[in-house]
Design a protein around this ligand. Structure first.
Ligand code: AHR
Length: 536
């Protein structure tokens, strides 16, 4: 099936795939400054910002998390090397089973005795689906890696009744047919799946059973009704726009879906994949700005709809970036089908873009309450396998550092540093849209949690370290500051089996004692996390 190719367009500018051959820079002789004020709060960082995604696609499930008969798997077929790497990533929530796959997936095919499950043609990614891994196996897996399971229902070829029955199978203790069937299959207790998305990318022409916004909203609302009548405490995620092709209107889709489902759903799902097809580092490294702009646009739409919504005492709708990553190399007919689909091999610049996404989620922590890297293993993934073992891709390390450390309250930091310009940026409206050189070299987020401050800094400058004063506006930095760095010899440095070139390095701590200012030189093309205390 032909997939969408995103051509990021904002206003009259076409942003993706067009760039200056070289960026221009605005210079400054002074130190850069990052001002941190623990009183300037954005919002609480949701633990579900560090989610992931497992789709029946390529080798994500079969040959990834699950490989029957492999010497690296246990007697249930679970690859133990992958399991350990997934556990160590602290994945907070994991979406399953798709993706485009889900739009023709009938969950009943994947339960009961394995040898009696029907093999099916998998049409989204052109494979044979054996169905030997399904609902119960995924729930067991989620428990083992300590992640919250998050299911997607089929809003393409599936029915609202089928969605209701899946919720019954998972969440009803006993009595009705599907609850009893789960018990018969060996699960006396309900799985208690709390998070359910109402379909996947339903605005995309590539989606099996694609609908227009009005038809999708009607079907999703009725599915939601049946699902909530079955299990009232579930949280529902509506499919937001994913089609950014030139003739699509993602904002119109989002506006309609938000309007129609404003009383019903808890999140709007957004997806974004970026790439460096033109091999233009400065354009590519700036792409998280586009995600941030889309976040702001959707936040405005949500605010408008919340004014007249009838939600009882439920919080407003939040944004779930429930698919994001870098995906451009494995994006042609040969690499988008079959058992080796979407196998991207990541490098350092990709890891820095991922850090940019994570910083953007933190800076928008008031509205972004879930994010899922797509996907966990082999398929555009931080973990990569062969029959003999695994390696951790470059993008594994920033995600792991954030998931293990970045919690608490997101702070609104002030950053003053040298800037650069590309053809694709600046973005936005008014004065900022006409300014030149307004992409800052330093991309920063900060959080504060029980006296501890964490500052995450990407130095996007490919060639120069940036000497920076970190200034505490309220209280003083105190004690040792831990320093973690993700970097490599070159922006194109990669990891591979038996070769870890890009990883987290624990650098010598900064001996701060007590001070209002710390000075640190962020190395070229690096991600640095500083972790220490602020005392009042
Ligand atoms: O993650 C790969 C695919 O990207 C998903 O199946 C789909 O939702 C998106 O287009």
């Amino acid at each position: 099936m032909k997939q969408k190719f995103e051509n990021i367009k904002l206003g009259t500018r076409t942003l993706m795939g067009v760039g200056l051959v070289c960026a221009t820079f605005a210079a400054s002789a002074q130190n850069a400054r990052i001002k941190i004020d623990i009183d300037r709060k954005i919002g609480e960082v949701d633990k579900y910002l560090y989610g992931n995604f497992v789709e029946h696609l390529g080798r994500c499930v079969y040959g990834g998390i699950y490989e029957e008969g492999s010497p690296l798997a246990d007697d249930k077929g679970i690859r133990l090397d992958v399991l350990d790497a997934a556990k160590d990533l602290n994945v907070s929530i994991t979406r399953y089973p798709g993706g485009n796959f889900v739009s023709n997936y009938h969950w009943k095919d994947g339960i009961g005795p394995k040898d009696q499950r029907p093999p099916r043609m998998e049409l989204a990614w052109a494979r044979l689906e054996s169905n030997r891994f399904g609902t119960d196996e995924f729930v067991d897996y989620a428990k083992r890696i300590g992640t919250e399971p998050y299911f997607s229902v089929n809003m393409g070829t599936g029915t609202i009744e089928e969605a209701q029955q899946w919720v019954e199978y998972c969440n009803v203790k006993s009595g009705p047919y599907y609850a009893e069937l789960r018990k018969k299959n060996g699960y006396p207790e309900p799985h208690n799946i709390k998070y359910w998305s109402l379909g996947n990318e339903m605005d995309g022409f590539w989606q099996m059973g694609h609908l227009n916004a009005e038809d999708y909203s009607k079907k999703a609302r009725e599915a939601a009704k049946l699902m909530k009548l079955t299990s009232p405490d579930i949280k529902l995620i509506a499919a937001g726009s994913s089609n950014y092709r030139p003739n699509a209107d993602p904002n119109e889709w989002n506006a309609t879906v938000l309007h129609e489902l404003r009383d019903v759903v808890d999140y709007l799902a957004l997806h974004m994949y970026v790439g460096n097809t033109e091999n233009n580092y400065y354009d590519f490294i700036s792409t998280p700005l586009v995600l941030e702009e889309r976040t702001r646009v959707v936040k405005g739409m949500i605010e408008r709809e919340m004014q007249n919504a009838d939600r009882g005492n439920r919080p407003p709708i939040y944004i779930a970036w429930d698919e994001y990553n870098i995906w451009y190399r494995a994006r042609n007919e040969d690499t988008m089908a079959g058992t080796r689909a979407l196998e991207e091999h990541y490098n350092l610049e990709d890891a820095l873009v991922i850090t940019g996404f994570l910083n953007a989620f933190i800076r928008n922590a008031d509205i972004v309450k879930m994010a899922n890297m797509a996907q966990l293993v082999n398929v555009i993934a931080p973990i990569f396998t062969n029959e003999k073992g695994i390696f951790k891709q470059t993008i594994y390390y920033p995600l792991q550092l954030f998931a293990k450390n970045v919690h608490g309250t997101a702070l609104d930091v002030h950053v003053d540093c040298e800037t650069y310009n590309t053809d694709r940026f600046p973005i936005g409206l008014g004065e900022s849209a006409t300014q030149q050189n307004n992409v800052p070299f330093l991309d920063v987020s900060a959080t504060y949690n029980n006296g501890e401050v964490i500052v995450c800094v990407v130095n996007r400058n490919k060639d120069k370290a940036i000497s920076t004063d970190l200034i505490s506006q309220e209280g003083q930095f105190s004690g040792d500051f831990e320093v973690y760095e993700v970097n490599g010899p070159d922006i194109k440095s990669e990891n591979d089996f038996g070769k870890t070139t890009v990883q987290t390095v624990n650098k010598p701590a900064l001996k701060v004692k007590t001070a209002e200012k710390i000075t640190y030189a962020f190395p070229p093309h690096s991600f640095t996390m500083l972790k220490g205390k602020i005392v009042k």
